[in-house]
Design a protein around this ligand. Sequence first.
Ligand code: F6R
Length: 620
Amino acid sequence: MCGIIGYIGRQKAPQILIEGLKRLEYRGYDSAGLAVVDNNNRENKINCVKVVGKVKGLEPLVSEQVLNGSLGIAHTRWATHGAPTEINAHPHCDCKKRIYVAHNGIIENYAALKSKLEQEGHKFQSETDTEVLPHLIEKFFRDCSLEEAVARALTLVEGTYGIAVICEHEPRKLVAARCGSPLVLGLGNKEYIIASDVSAILRHTRQVIYLDDGEMAILTSDDFNVVDVESAMRGETTKQIYKQIQEIEWDIKQAQKEGYPHFMLKEINEQDEVVRNALRGRLLMEEGTAKLGGLENVEDKLRGIKRMVIAACGTAYYAGLIAEYMFSEFAGLLTKTEIASEFRYRHPILDEQTALLNISQSGETADTLAALREAKRKGILSLGIVNVVGSTIARETDAGVYNHAGPEIGVASTKAFISQLTVLSLLTLFLGRQRNMPATEGKNLAEELNLIPEKIAQILKQQKYIKKIAQQYAGYEHALYLGRKYNYPVALEGALKLKEISYIHAEGYAAGEMKHGPIALVDKNLFSVFIAPYDTVYEKIISNMQEIKARGGKIIAIATEGNKDIKKIADDVIYIPPAPEMLSPLLTTVPLQLFAYYAAAERGCPIDQPRNLAKSVTVE
Ligand code: F6R
């Protein structure tokens, strides 16, 4: 949550900062702000502008005030402490307005620090936790460098931060530091950009360095230096940490809408390709298994485990729930999927025969990361399925598999989910073949998996039809999504997609649970969505549909092509091509994403940036 960016170089900073902030806007969009050192002014005054709402609101302010320095920092906010007002927007400054800080994270002990600073005479403007940082830096900034003052301030802080700091006294320096909130340093030609993620950097360079917790970057337009905060505090800033420079594969086109009205629609439409990318080079058709390079080092350990615990949040958690069915049925591996934010607090039993699998698109979700660190403390094998290369979870797990889905920018996760399911299917093959899965079954599954991209492409061709259905239902205020077995988590995901972008209240349920409560909701204000492909529980779900129909409820069904009978029960039917039960979520999910998208569009909702949400949830 919250996106930060800082630029130092020879170009005009404001345009670069605003352009970068727009790429980070998915991290929060309550308010935004930017502070730039005016190098034309003898005192190197820092000018700061802020706005409530979206980043584009900054553009007129920047040109009105002719901000044009080549050093600056900026921020797009997802409010935690204090309402989304101009005063609470970042960057925040010290009493004399000479030190400016943009911050992502939470300073947990800010109340105690603030009260002490106030007693010492510091005057605060905002209600934010962040504002203690510029005041602390101000306090320590005597006879020392900016980085030393920043380091001293940071050693008093409890919580998480990714920060960027500038100051009038050192007008050719940008200091950034990280603890728990991501920061990437882009290395350009005589220019550097520090940002919360690579999408804000891609336009300028693909050479990056990922900062680790406890590290600080000191940037000038000619050079950069990474040190640890502890050494910086002692003034030992010449003791550089060697950092590997990495080359980013993503290109800027992938982070643009390319003619689609929303990123979400673009990302849904990429899903056939997303599956191809996740499968590329990983399916061994002849042997009926999967080759997962990222797991090679832990192959033997994996063979020995008796239990898999999956920890994830939101949509990624639902992918994990589907894996619970996959791993149990096809790999004979006892699997339990946990909501990451609950995992730590239930004293999980993790022995050496257990492995923890983290699923995360961003690789930065605070709760998922906390679950991973808990597992590491217990010394068990940790694995990751992550989309963002170089993210914290990707770097901290013992081994893992990348999604290769490209940047997902729409706040509602779509293509990441489909690629997570693809990787989980590959992992099922891999774990199954390590255990008791016969080669013929492995081959069959591999062949079926290979057919999935074409089947997704067929579903995508039905967009106009799905749009028409969605428009009919967009006026409802309640929806019930029902599925069984592999498609029970799909019901949860379908309901989540609808509620988060259209604000229609939607609940996902295991269809068998319907009679134990939710059926009481059926009335003219509610419609039901049944996920009912031909599978081993098909007859059961048809009975559940009849029960809703008997009570006058409106029904949409997702069904297998050729199923004419279902039209006698459901009011509207969306067909998907046939597939083995285990792989059916890869298909049944797609019409539900499109349905949610078009219902939200009909209701005029801000689809890529739904209210109150942020894509990367980096606070617990
Ligand atoms: C919903 C959605 C969220 C994320 C969740 C986990 O559409 O996007 O529920 O799935 O915040 O995020 P990652 O996968 O980045 O850990």
